[in-house]
Design a protein around this ligand. Sequence first.
Ligand SMILES: NC(=O)C1=CN([C@@H]2O[C@H](COP(=O)(O)OP(=O)(O)OC[C@H]3O[C@@H](n4cnc5c(N)ncnc54)[C@H](O)[C@@H]3O)[C@@H](O)[C@H]2O)C=CC1
Ligand SMILES: O=CC(=O)O
Length: 342
Amino acid sequence: MASSKSAGRPKVLLLGVIEHAQSSWEAVGEIAQILTPKSNNRADFIQEASSGAFDGCVAAYRTFDSFEVTGKIDGELLQALPDSLRFLCHNGAGYDQVDVHACTARGIRVSNTPTAVDDATADMGIFLLLGALRNVAVGMASLRAGEWRGKTLPPLGHDPQGKVLGILGMGGIGRNMAKKALVFGMQIRYHNRTRLDAHIEKEIGAEYVDFDTLLAGSDVISLNLPLNPKTRHIISRNEFAKMKAGVVIVNTARGAVIDEAALVEALDSGHVSSAGLDVYENEPDVHPGLLANPRVLLVPHMGTFTVETETKMEEWAISNVRMAVESGRLRSIVPEQKSMER
Ligand SMILES: NC(=O)C1=CN([C@@H]2O[C@H](COP(=O)(O)OP(=O)(O)OC[C@H]3O[C@@H](n4cnc5c(N)ncnc54)[C@H](O)[C@@H]3O)[C@@H](O)[C@H]2O)C=CC1
Ligand SMILES: O=CC(=O)O
């Protein structure tokens, strides 16, 4: 029920919870009427939306975890949401939970939170890179099992100095990781959908190579590209076969950019010597072959899990809601929709 104070203001739908940026969200409440769903599963949410509960909403703020209630933001869900909805402000850099094409078809503009995530996610990438190179997961598991370094010593690790780090996807996080890996004496190569300008390559000290050269010439391969239909399983059996024996894999992007079953096979055969993973193909389920392999350093999707970064992300997503309501524009529309902002 709208209070007499908020009646007449534009409506904004809140999908998920604001954990940190309370005062910025309260300020949105001064210019908009905030609606929250009662449902806690997709079927109920679709019914609630179809009943007209969110009619008049112009913008929605959503979190990664709101997926548990709504499922994917796809054509079916959009059909239930009101025609008034024009902006979907996602709190997160990766927006694979949103079918952007379906949103475009409905005239809904989508935003994400680029750059806010870069340091924390790249830090996690470096942690996984060093941890996987040094086989720390093996020693950590034996220590927790009460066996100190284990019945047989953990395999000796490798130093990052002088090794080639191949970065697939040289956007905000990839570049941040490149800068940090340089400090560890690594040689940086990258492959990206679009080659960076020469001055940026120079600034970050990275060499552009084609996809196959990245696969064949890297000691460590880090996945830093978005998940979409073109990148799903971009690393599978054929790609592992092209890599150096003993390669180390680091993934902070999305699990499904790697064919997880193929990764398990490559780890079991020893072709991939170790891996550091923050993301999984079917989160929160983790492939049993990864859980069973002590040479895999596993983190449960905690790339941005810091007070500072989670706060920055909320502030950024809220600023998109504010701009949408106040000026009908977005601070950071997703790349696929850039032409809609002109
Ligand atoms: N583990 C975590 O907690 C986090 C994970 N992420 C994931 O990391 C991904 C990357 O994030 P950002 O660096 O912020 O994105 P970004 O958009 O800044 O960079 C992605 C780069 O990948 C490139 N790319 C796209 N398709 C490609 C392809 N087929 N081949 C080669 N390059 C391709 C793009 O041109 C772009 O330069 C996100 O999409 C998200 O899924 C992001 C934040 C936190
Ligand atoms: O996985 C987190 C994100 O921001 O994307």
